[in-house]
Every structure is written in structure tokens, then in C-alpha cells.
Write a protein that binds this ligand. Structure first.
Ligand SMILES: [Cu+2]
Length: 240
């Protein structure tokens, strides 16, 4: 009995600990999205293969062997008819609900901004994005001297939340590398956050809503760099 009691308190303590760990845990929506995507692809492949094999087997097995052959399928009982319809439908629906539930979980990761996230205010104009950092420094993403949209930097190893609005038309903040995209509208503030857990110079921000003549110019590389490099870049921007 004592053993059982201590096991139960242990379990309760463990559950409490893990719920605290969950509250502090910083998630990675891009990774979760990736995982869900693979799950969906796997599921539709398995279902597709099962259905195709069943169809092909039945086509061959029950094919007519002479032109005047008449089918002699025996009549199904009510229970058989209902089972044939309901059992496969229930299996597929259960899978759909499972994927939908996982989709909601990923959606929650996308909507819940970690407390330690650095906030960057984004204002979209025709045709560039402007970024304001917590210290008030503004980096504008318009074309640089080389006629290319300027690179924007964020520190690696810290979540970053972008709070966005537009001064003119509807734009969209699309960062395929981090699997995020959100509309940027006048008169409204929208947000997305990313978790740049490692350094990278591959991500490109692309306006994903056709917003006029130079829409394609709204394409800034977003580099996640070490904190020291980020600080130096920000200081240089402040001096500009
Ligand atoms: Cu745009």
C-alpha cells in the first residue's frame, strides 16, 4: 500500500513537473509543421496504395471472361452492407480527425509567442518592408546600393516575433524557410514568430500578396547571426 501511495505521488509530481516544463518549453513551429506535413504525406500514401491495390485486384479477379457473361454477385445482408460502408469510412475519418487535431496543436505553437521573444515591428510600404528593433533602431529593407533588397539580421538562438502593419495596401509577410506567412494590412496589427535556433543565411522574406508594380522587390534575405554580429549590425544601422 505504501509502495502504491509513493508511486502515485511520484506520478503526480512527475505530471506537475512535466506541465511546468511544457509551460517554459520553447517550441519550434517550423519543425512541428514539417513533422505534420510528413505525417499527412505518409497517411495519404498508405491509404492511396491500399485503395489502388484493392481496386486492381478486384478488377482482375472479377473481370468478365466472356462478352455475354452476367454477374452473379450474391446479395449482401443489411449488416454486411452497412459494415462495408461504415468500417472503411470510420477508419479514414479517424485518421482525418487525428491529423486535424495535430494541425490544431501546430496552430497553437504558431499563435503562442514565447515570453523571451525579441519584438520587431514591421511596417510594409509599396514596395519595401521596414523593421524597427526594440531599441528604436530602424532598418529599412529597400533596395541597397547593389540594387538588391538589403539583408535584415536577427540574432540566432532567440525567438523573434514580428508585429506587422501596412501603410498602404495589403502585403503578406512570407518566410518559407520558417514555414510562416501572414497578411500585413493597413489599420490592423498581425504577428508571426520564428525560432531561429541556429545560424542561417538562406531564409528570404518575400511579400506573398501581389501589391503592385514592384511587389517582387519586397524580398529581403533574413540572416540569423551570432548575437555579437547582430549587435554590431544594429549599431551600424543606428549610425546610418
Ligand atoms: Cu507587398
Amino acid at each position: 500500500m505504501r509502495k502504491l501511495l509513493s508511486a502515485m505521488t511520484g506520478l503526480a509530481g512527475g505530471a506537475l513537473l512535466s506541465s511546468q516544463a511544457f509551460a517554459q518549453e520553447i517550441r519550434n513551429p517550423a519543425e512541428e509543421w514539417e513533422h505534420l506535413w510528413n505525417e499527412v504525406i505518409l497517411d495519404i500514401t498508405v491509404i492511396g496504395v491500399i485503395m489502388s491495390v484493392a481496386a486492381i485486384v478486384m478488377l482482375i479477379k472479377y473481370r468478365a471472361t466472356s462478352p455475354d457473361q452476367v454477374g452473379t454477385a450474391k446479395k449482401l445482408t443489411t449488416v454486411q452492407s452497412i459494415s462495408f460502408a461504415l468500417i472503411p469510412a470510420s477508419i479514414f475519418m479517424a485518421d482525418d480527425f487525428y491529423l486535424a487535431a495535430n494541425g490544431w496543436t501546430v496552430w497553437n505553437a504558431y499563435r503562442r509567442v514565447p515570453e523571451n521573444a525579441m519584438e520587431v515591428k514591421v511596417t510594409a510600404y509599396q514596395w519595401y518592408f521596414e523593421f524597427e528593433y526594440p531599441d528604436g533602431t530602424v532598418a529599412d529593407g529597400s533596395l541597397g546600393d547593389d540594387d538588391k533588397p538589403q539583408a535584415i539580421k536577427i540574432p540566432a538562438g532567440q525567438p523573434v516575433v514580428f508585429r506587422m502593419t501596412s501603410e498602404d495596401v495589403i502585403h503578406s509577410f512570407g518566410l518559407p524557410y520558417y514555414r510562416v506567412k501572414e497578411d500585413v494590412m493597413p489599420g490592423r496589427i498581425t504577428y508571426i514568430w520564428v525560432n531561429p535556433d541556429k545560424e542561417q543565411t538562406e531564409a528570404v522574406l518575400q511579400c506573398a500578396e501581389f501589391c503592385g508594380n514592384d511587389h517582387s522587390q519586397m524580398a529581403n534575405p533574413i540572416h540569423a547571426v551570432p548575437q555579437a554580429e547582430f549587435d554590431a549590425w544594429l549599431a551600424a544601422k543606428a549610425d546610418e
